[in-house]
Design a protein around this ligand. Structure first.
Ligand code: 6YU
Length: 499
């Protein structure tokens, strides 16, 4: 026919915007992005706070080096500061954790010696490295990263005398609280051991965006015609394989139905909704329904919560040049799970505070990180309650009962966002990397050459080696765009002729 293919993209996060842009650059001219909320960017979200900008979602480019698509584009669009562009920083191997030396605060205000912390840190990193070396042939399918770490801790703890042991365990508990933030999970006991090493890290010292992470999304979006993204258009159901009424069903195989009743027909739809949304709606989101393999992948893969608590202070109480304040609760241990009474204990899951730079521009801001059920509980509290708890906590840890409270607070609440339902995905015990591949599989399967795929799946959770990141999300969007581009070679030819 003469009309070019019509593509509907669901979700205006970086996966959706990235997919649309790649299609557009390859000659596709009928593209719509339907976004449920009133903004694009999804889990990339920059907001004004204090005297500057802060990130409510993604914060760092993890592994900013030339292989990383997010780094590539951000550098190309001039969105990075001078440090990020230094070649030596792009070559740095930080193993997924920035090499910041933390300032440690303990719940009794007791000092922990630096050598003790350094020793434990290097032990802990050795264990994490070991955890990444398992494969499905070398470990039991129900093993978790948590159970593995516990075993290593138990082994080492036999060599510690009683006093050191208690303190070491308390410090290791706080490392685990950080790890829960990194994996976006309630406990590392939920994170599968065998596939842990499939997650791949690029070289490079993590960096941030002086003008906000969202400036990258806006820059990519600017390459699309103005009316491509339709906001406040939540999709309720996808009818595919011509399974809908009306004359359009003869011309188009897919119809997308929105919550407000509006419908859009398409040749292809790219679904980029978060795994957290799919977990709630997998049964009714498609007609015909999702195949069993996909439903199982959606159920079994992990999608937890990690939130930020941003606090602005009139004056910093921390030492100048501190970059990370780590909280150690004495009496805590990685060998036992924290107490269940969330009202009383939720704040003990807080792993610590990143000191946001540059202070001159921003004001004095600490960004707290908290994962799991405690983080979800925190979402149910009021700003006043959280501010009050943070003030008491900091007074306790600094040993200064007069410490002035923060002058303002801003929090993320990713678990309660109906179109997100958490922070990011992980490979949970009971699932494996092949579940990620099932999730990414288009419908009908691509191999069936008679029928081009109608429903394609992208988003952070569909990238087997780069899930939970912005670059993984962007790669997934481009991957699905490429799948369609390969189907319409004539469009690409038209573009290169026009050039
Ligand atoms: C990164 C980082 N980072 C912190 C926090 C969070 C995340 N990430 P989107 O959700 O963006 O878009 C989907 C859209 O669909 C959305 O707009 C919806 O509204 C819409 N939608 C849903 N339903 C719909 C419907 N029915 N109809 C229409 N529209 C609908 N990544 O690179 N650096 O520092 C962080 C961080 C608090 C919440 C992060 C970070 C994750 C990224 O933000 C995320 O992956 C992408 O933005 C997702 O893009 P998308 O397009 O797929 O979905 C070993 C090992 C361990 C593994 N983990 C290690 C890495 C640790 C991850 N880092 C986390 C750290 C921080 C601080």
């Amino acid at each position: 026919g003469v009309r070019g293919p019509t593509v509907v993209v669901i979700g205006a996060g970086i996966a959706g915007i990235g997919a649309a842009e790649k299609l557009y650059q390859n000659g596709f001219r009928h593209i719509r992005i339907l976004e449920a909320t009133g903004r694009s960017g999804g889990r990339i979200r920059t907001q004004s706070f204090a005297k500057g900008l802060v990130e409510i979602g993604a914060q760092w480019i993890h592994g900013p080096s030339p292989e990383n698509l997010v780094f590539q584009l951000s550098a190309q669009y001039n969105l990075l500061g001078p440090d990020a562009l230094l070649e030596e920083n792009q070559k740095m191997d930080v193993g997924g954790h920035p090499p910041a030396i933390p300032v440690i605060y303990t719940s009794s205000g007791k000092n922990i010696s630096m050598p003790l912390v350094m020793n434990l840190t290097s032990l802990y990193f050795e264990w994490l490295e070991k955890a990444r070396n398992f494969t499905k042939d070398t470990c039991s399918p129900d093993a978790s990263v948590g159970s593995f770490l516990r075993q290593e801790i138990l082994r080492s703890s036999k060599e510690w005398d009683k006093d050191t042991c208690e303190l070491n365990l308390a410090v290791l508990r706080s490392f685990l609280n950080i790890e829960c933030c990194v994996s976006g999970t309630h406990t590392m006991d939920h994170v599968a051991l065998c596939p842990y090493g499939e997650y791949t890290m690029f070289l490079g010292l993590d960096c941030t965006f002086p003008t906000g992470f969202e400036s990258l999304v806006n820059r990519i979006k600017a390459n699309l015609p103005n009316d491509t993204v339709i906001l406040n258009k939540a999709v309720e159901k996808i009818y595919w394989d011509g399974s809908f009424q009306g004359r359009d069903s003869r011309a188009y195989p897919v119809q997308v139905q929105c919550e407000d009743g509006e419908t859009f027909v398409a040749d292809h739809v790219i679904v980029t909704v978060p795994l957290g949304f799919l977990k709630k709606h997998a049964d009714n989101f498609l007609s015909p329904p999702l195949p069993l393999s996909k439903k199982q992948a959606i159920k079994n893969l992990g999608f937890g919560t990690m939130n930020k608590i941003l606090l602005e202070f009139e004056k910093p109480f921390w030492e100048p040049n501190s970059s990370y304040i780590q909280l150690v609760w004495e009496g805590g241990s990685p060998l036992t799970e924290p107490k269940k009474d969330l009202k009383k204990n939720w704040m003990k899951k807080l792993s610590g505070f990143v000191v946001l730079e540059p202070p001159a521009q921003l004001g004095h801001i600490l960004c707290g990180f908290i994962a799991g059920e405690e983080s979800e509980y925190m979402e149910s509290l009021s700003d006043e309650e959280v501010l009050f708890t943070m003030t008491s906590l900091l007074r306790q840890f600094t040993g200064n009962p007069e410490l002035p409270p923060p002058i303002s607070i801003l929090r993320s609440k990713w678990h309660s966002q109906p179109y997100t339902g958490g922070s990011y995905s992980y490979v949970a015990v009971g699932s494996s990397g092949s579940d990620i591949d099932s999730l990414a599989e288009p419908l009908p399967k691509d191999k069936d050459t008679a029928k081009p795929s109608q429903v394609l799946f992208a988003g952070e959770a569909t990238e087997r080696n780069f899930y939970s990141t912005t670059h993984g999300a962007l790669m997934s969007g481009q991957r699905e765009a490429q799948r369609l581009i390969d189907r319409y070679p004539e469009l690409g030819t038209a573009v290169s002729k026009a050039k």
